[in-house]
Write a protein that binds this ligand. Structure first.
Ligand SMILES: C[S@@+](CC[C@H](N)C(=O)[O-])C[C@H]1O[C@@H](n2cnc3c(N)ncnc32)[C@H](O)[C@@H]1O
Length: 279
């Protein structure tokens, strides 16, 4: 075999091969006290896998829906520079706290000096990305990795949201009209989501990747094909390279539709992988 340079990442052949499998099981660990307020956090070690595959150390990674800052924690741990935008102050503050805690550990010498990449939390609206980029003089991006609101699905009142409500935890991100989770229905949501990604494409380097994690879901008896619809729409703008299906097998099964109809317990997500090719 020709021993040519690895242009994408620093993985061994075995690690590379393993990552190309199109499904995986990842059960998120129990969340820490300051992270549990947020209704839909993703696991940082899982995201680190994507960052390590699609970039090399020192690369610039961007998350337009930062939430509690998991992407930036993954960037810190893998020595990449991270930029994240989050609309809600309460979540941006959690992200800042988490990054600050990692930096404090560094100062105390608990983690080594090789972790010198920068993590930037921006409180703002990702629909205004051009202005934000210009005002802060931000760089080109090697990788976008994110999980947007899953449509207006958090607005649905169900067994899970009832349980969170009882515990005094958020069941939706906000009432803010700029929050994509508050879009006027599914079609409006999908249009706003795709529109938000168009200027992001311009910030991505040629050859850079964009990983978007989404889920299909049942809404009032209708199955919303969010992941598939987004993949189709976005593939007009970036090349769809494929998907990795993230399965969770430790979630509670609820008896939706029991004895009258099939109603799925949707315990998988689509990690959609796009690439920016030269125009
Ligand atoms: C699925 S969550 C992301 C969770 C994140 N991956 C984590 O691990 O914490 C989506 C986030 O997008 C935020 N959001 C919604 N609309 C936004 C917008 N227009 N600009 C920036 N953030 C937005 C929500 O407040 C929410 O925190």
């Amino acid at each position: 075999m020709v021993n040519s340079e690895n242009r994408l990442n620093e993985l061994s052949a075995q690690e590379w091969l393993r990552f190309t499998k199109t499904w995986f099981i990842h059960n998120p660990p129990r969340r820490k006290k300051n992270e549990v307020l947020h209704p839909a956090k993703y696991p940082e070690d899982m995201i680190e896998g994507f960052i390590r595959f699609f970039t090399k150390p020192g690369a610039n990674v961007f998350d337009p829906f930062l939430g509690t800052g998991s992407t930036l924690v993954a960037c810190h741990n893998s020595q990449r520079n991270g930029i994240g935008i989050e609309l809600q102050k309460k979540y941006a503050d959690i992200a800042k706290e988490r990054i600050q805690a990692l930096q404090n550990q560094m100062q105390l010498g608990e983690i080594g000096p090789e972790f010198k990449c920068k993590q930037l939390v921006i409180e703002g609206n990702s629909a205004k990305i051009n202005t934000i980029w210009e005002q802060l003089g931000l760089p080109e991006i090697d990788l976008v990795v994110t999980s947007p609101p899953y449509g207006p699905m958090l607005k649905k009142k169900g067994l899970v949201s009832k349980k969170r409500e009882e515990q005094g935890l958020d069941t939706q991100y906000s009432d803010d009209k700029d929050d994509l989770g508050n879009a006027e229905g599914y079609d409006d949501f999908l249009r706003r989501l795709v529109d938000l990604f168009l200027p992001i494409k311009d910030k991505l380097k040629v050859g850079g990747h964009c990983v978007v994690i989404l889920q299909n879901y049942m809404d009032k008896g209708e199955y919303k094909m969010l992941a598939w619809d987004f993949a189709r729409e976005m593939s007009n703008h970036l090349q769809l390279r494929g998907e990795k299906i993230w399965c969770q097998d430790n979630k509670t099964l609820y008896p939706y539709g029991y004895k009258y109809s099939f109603v799925p317990n949707v315990h998988h997500h689509y990690c959609l992988i796009f690439k920016k090719n030269g125009d």
